[in-house]
Design a protein around this ligand. Structure first.
Ligand SMILES: [Zn+2]
Length: 261
């Protein structure tokens, strides 16, 4: 393991990049937005691509592109490379247990498929902020970014500005269903390429062609024909259909049950 540009590779305490030498790759996992490469002897390489990072395996004779920051030499001569023109991405080498309990994974919430509607309901009940911001919070649910939250909220017909604590239990069930469906479709399609994202095989994603609202402001909503709008919610550019995702008056979730508590 070698670092060609300081600041991208973060090595855990007591370890050096040489610790990977001779260690077999035991598995490749994803957790939220992180890629985890598990090595022998409880070591893991955690990779966050951020905006422009790319992790790929290159043939020995393939020239290293500019912005190649971290290189792992494999025993067959090939190289696992991390390239990132904007350098927001990170590669972290650490003990697997430490990576998961103190590193960038420590504060991650559950994966969408592990999250129950009941647990999400309890989180939402404490959050008066806009639904979109709560879904982007990686501590609530892992792996959702700006594109996917917009697509998920359109799919389940919820206004991104709606206060999370006003979302009804039945809507939470629908929201979870949309989350799992959109994410699995997106993974199946190789992700969304907005500018320059390519997967480990060097191919761009295809899910951007299935976007119903993201990046489609002013164009007709595929469900109803109304023009998609772009506004700012939780500090992020947010795309939605005013007719499929209508604004709702703020009202406490359980007001229909009466009572004064
Ligand atoms: Zn619509």
């Amino acid at each position: 393991l070698r670092e060609l540009f300081a600041g991208v590779l973060v090595v855990g305490e007591g370890l050096s990049p040489d610790a990977t030498e001779g260690r077999r790759v035991r598995g490749l996992r994803r957790r939220g937005k992180y890629i985890l490469l598990d090595l022998e002897h409880e070591l893991s390489l955690g990779v966050h691509l951020r905006m422009t990072g790319r992790l790929w395996v290159a043939a020995p004779d393939q020239a290293r592109p500019k912005h190649t920051h971290v290189v792992v030499s494999l025993d067959d001569g090939r190289e696992l490379r991390f390239t990132d023109p904007r350098r927001f991405g990170r590669v972290q080498l650490d003990l697997a247990t430490r990576l998961e309990t103190t590193g960038f994974l420590a504060s991650l919430g559950p994966e969408p498929e592990e999250l129950s509607a009941g647990a999400l309901e309890r989180v939402f009940a404490r959050r008066p902020g806009p639904l979109k911001g709560v879904l982007l919070d990686q501590r609530v649910v892992a792996g959702l970014g700006n594109i996917y939250v917009d697509e998920i909220l359109h799919d389940c017909g919820l206004d991104p500005r709606l206060a999370a604590h006003c979302v009804h239990p039945a809507e939470i069930v629908r929201l979870l269903g949309s989350t799992r469906r959109i994410l699995s479709d997106a993974i199946e399609a190789g992700g969304s390429t907005i500018r320059d994202y390519v997967g480990g095989d060097g191919r761009p994603g295809a899910f951007q062609r299935a976007h119903r609202v993201f990046g489609r402001q002013g164009k007709p909503c595929p469900s109803c024909g109304e023009a998609v709008r772009k506004i700012r919610v939780a500090g992020r550019g947010t795309h939605f259909c005013p007719s499929c995702q209508p604004r709702r008056r703020r009202r406490p979730r359980r007001s229909s049950q009466g009572g004064t508590r």
